[in-house]
Design a binder for this molecule. Structure first.
Ligand code: GLC
Ligand code: GLC
Length: 639
């Protein structure tokens, strides 16, 4: 038996010579040499991952040949400016860890009209301080039912309602000039049912049929459904949908989103080609959609399987060879232990932080920081070379993905507590300020998630006088705990829920549309007017963004918990030991006092970076309702 290293060395020699034979004269010159050098460096990692997945197959070597040819094609067609940026990023691997990084996310049509309209918004993005823009999927998709673009009909074409592929390329260039990284989705768990592969599969093309999980009868679906959970039970029960011809197809999400079968290596190669094409449009970061679901095995939950990680690491290794500047962001909205497993420089360098997101809303409801404080202290640390994307809410629902075993340490029963949170956020709890809408309410399991814009969930809609402070409080945590803070555009001017989705038959069944409102020009017009909620929110956020951007303490991810001694006050120290900022955040609508003892090791007067006011702490410190302080420990006078 050859060791893996020896197999890998032999395979590399073979693949390299097969590739140069196939390329002939093209396998010369600087582009080839750069490619070959990176191939030599990263092939062992690629090989190890793929051998684990497909190494037992008789067609493994031809598969590798085809894959590396795809990689070469990707590199060869990579625009010169992107290659130059690759080189910069390889030399500056921390570029996404800076205190200046700030993300925004929006739908192209809803926020900007179309792709050209996104260019028109660049001055606004710069005013806000964005350095990262996630555009919801702009690719070709079915006209009505398309899950907001997450059902892709072609990864090589743009939705004609938004523009052309050339518009997207031009937009990427314009953003790059403005210092804004472009984030696009890599929707690789499924395609739309009208994708040409799916169409060919239905017609009986055997090669394409093996791209999906198609079954003649219910025997396999029934066997799998013993252990998989339902993701969109409102739309269809279970994980499969029936075709008009009677067959069944795996559809984790909507029935028009067909899961791809990565058990078939041809799917990996085909999707690698699509991935590199998206990268070459000018994406800096790929948001890896629905990572948890990409590998299935009978008798398991078919989520977060080891093979899913191997697949992503193989895609990552391929990028190091053919699009080396590109980063991956993991979208795993699952148990916090499982979220963590996607995060490493070899897998996804970035990840949504769904735990912090959910616990922000939890804390706002309970006024008790226990779970959030615990998460910051025990579940915040990341491997070097990776970062969180911290957010208050996204285009998706809020799911209560905290760990039951964490909650029970405070005597909190996870199931009961989720029931409470759901009632609280849909305003079925006495005294709730929230105006959310249930999402995928499942009477069988008792599971439910929450839809709603930030403004509507904090009470702005019904004029709650404390709502503006709640918006600022939530965002202050996302802005100060590290990584890349991500703002859902519209929330920074307090955009309320939009119930018009109920009039559109293609959207009415999916309450997430309530929190995907169109850009409201009137709210943006008020953004300098401190007499309006929109103005107070915008100015408050701009202040935090400016302070953050000018303080090295906010770079990177390092964070130390700071016990405030008050159950409603969150506390943490950010930054290097020699230049820390102490963050205190009051999650209650009442003043809260922190005793003198907790400040005993600190200077007697701490200046607040946000308001500029000095805070004497020898007698303790009282925070106003929902007040946030960013106290500059190093900048404090005297000791
Ligand atoms: C991701 C997207 C979500 C979509 C799903 C299926 O979770 O964020 O909007 O419904 O994937 O693609
Ligand atoms: C995707 C969906 C989200 C769902 C989650 C379940 O992220 O967008 O709605 O809660 O999957 O894991």
């Amino acid at each position: 038996m050859l060791t893996l290293d020896n197999q890998s060395r032999l395979a590399l020699t073979h693949v390299r010579s097969a590739l140069s034979r196939r390329l002939g004269a093209a396998a010369r010159g600087r582009a080839w040499e750069a490619f070959a050098a990176r191939l030599d460096q990263h092939f062992p990692r690629l090989f190890a991952e793929l051998a684990g997945l497909y190494g037992q197959r008789p067609d493994f070597v031809p598969f590798l040949d085809e894959l590396l040819f795809t990689a070469w094609q990707g590199w060869q067609s990579r625009p010169v400016d992107l290659r130059a940026q690759d080189a910069q990023r390889e030399a500056d691997t921390d570029w996404f860890q800076r205190e200046t990084m700030l993300g925004g996310v929006c739908y192209v049509d809803l926020f900007c009209g179309n792709l050209r309209g996104v260019i028109d918004q660049i001055p606004y993005f710069q005013e806000l301080g964005l350095t990262y823009l996630h555009l919801m999927p702009p690719f070709k998709c079915p006209p009505d039912h398309n899950d907001g673009g997450y059902a892709v009909s072609s990864y090589r074409e743009v939705n004609p309602a938004l523009g052309t592929i050339e518009d997207l390329r031009a937009l990427a260039v314009a953003l790059r000039k403005a210092g804004i990284s472009l984030v696009l989705d890599f929707i690789f768990n499924h395609t739309a049912d009208d994708h040409e592969w799916a169409q060919a599969a239905v017609k009986g093309d055997p090669a394409r049929r093996d791209f999906y999980y198609l079954f003649d009868d219910r025997s396999q679906p029934d066997a799998y459904e013993k252990t998989v959970r339902e993701i969109f039970p409102d739309e269809h029960p279970g994980a499969f949908s029936q075709l008009p011809d009677g067959r069944w197809v795996w559809t984790t999400f909507h029935s028009y989103q067909w899961d791809l079968n990565y058990g078939n290596p041809a799917v990996f190669t085909a999707m690698a080609g699509e991935m590199l094409a998206i990268a070459n449009l000018g994406a800096d970061i790929l948001r890896m959609d629905a990572v948890a679901f990409i590998w299935k095995r009978l008798g398991t939950s078919c989520e977060n399987l080891p093979e899913a990680h191997a697949l992503i690491r193989a895609f990552n290794a391929l990028c190091r060879i053919a699009a080396p500047g590109l980063l991956f962001k993991s979208e795993a909205i699952v148990h916090p232990d499982d979220v963590m497993k996607y995060i490493s420089p070899q897998e996804c360098q970035l990840s949504y932080n769904p735990l912090q997101m959910a616990l922000l809303w939890n804390t706002l409801a309970t006024r008790e920081v226990n779970l959030l404080q615990q998460a910051l202290q025990e579940r915040h640390t990341l491997p070097a070379g990776t970062a969180w994307v911290n957010y208050v809410r996204s285009h998706d629902d809020i799911g209560w993905t905290f760990a039951d075993e964490d909650a029970i340490r405070f005597g909190i029963n996870g199931f009961d507590h989720r029931q409470f949170l759901n009632r609280f956020y849909v305003n079925r709890f006495p005294g709730s300020f929230a105006r959310g809408v249930p999402f995928q309410d499942n009477p069988v399991t008792g599971d439910c998630r929450i839809s709603g814009t930030c403004a509507s969930l904090v009470g702005l809609e019904q004029g709650d006088p404390l709502a503006v402070q709640r918006v600022l409080l939530l965002h202050s945590v996302a802005l100060s705990t590290g990584g890349i803070p991500l703002i859902y555009l519209g929330d920074e001017v307090g955009t309320p829920n939009d119930h018009r989705y109920l009039d559109d038959p293609a959207q009415a069944g999916d309450s997430r549309w309530v929190h995907r409102p169109r850009r409201v020009p009137a709210l943006y017009a008020q953004r300098e007017d401190a007499g309006t909620p929109a103005g107070r929110i915008h100015q408050g956020l701009r202040r935090m963004i400016e302070v953050r951007r000018s303080h090295a303490a906010f770079a990177g991810n390092a964070l130390t918990g700071f016990g405030s001694g008050n159950a409603s006050v969150l506390g943490y120290l950010r930054g290097l030991p020699d230049r820390p900022v102490l963050v205190l955040a009051n999650f209650s609508e009442h003043p809260q006092h922190c005793d003198a003892a907790v400040f005993s090791a600190l200077p007697p007067v701490l200046p607040d970076l946000l308001q500029g006011a000095p805070h004497p702490v020898r007698g303790g410190l009282t925070l106003k309702p929902y007040e946030v302080l960013w106290l500059d420990v190093a900048g404090a006078a005297g000791g």
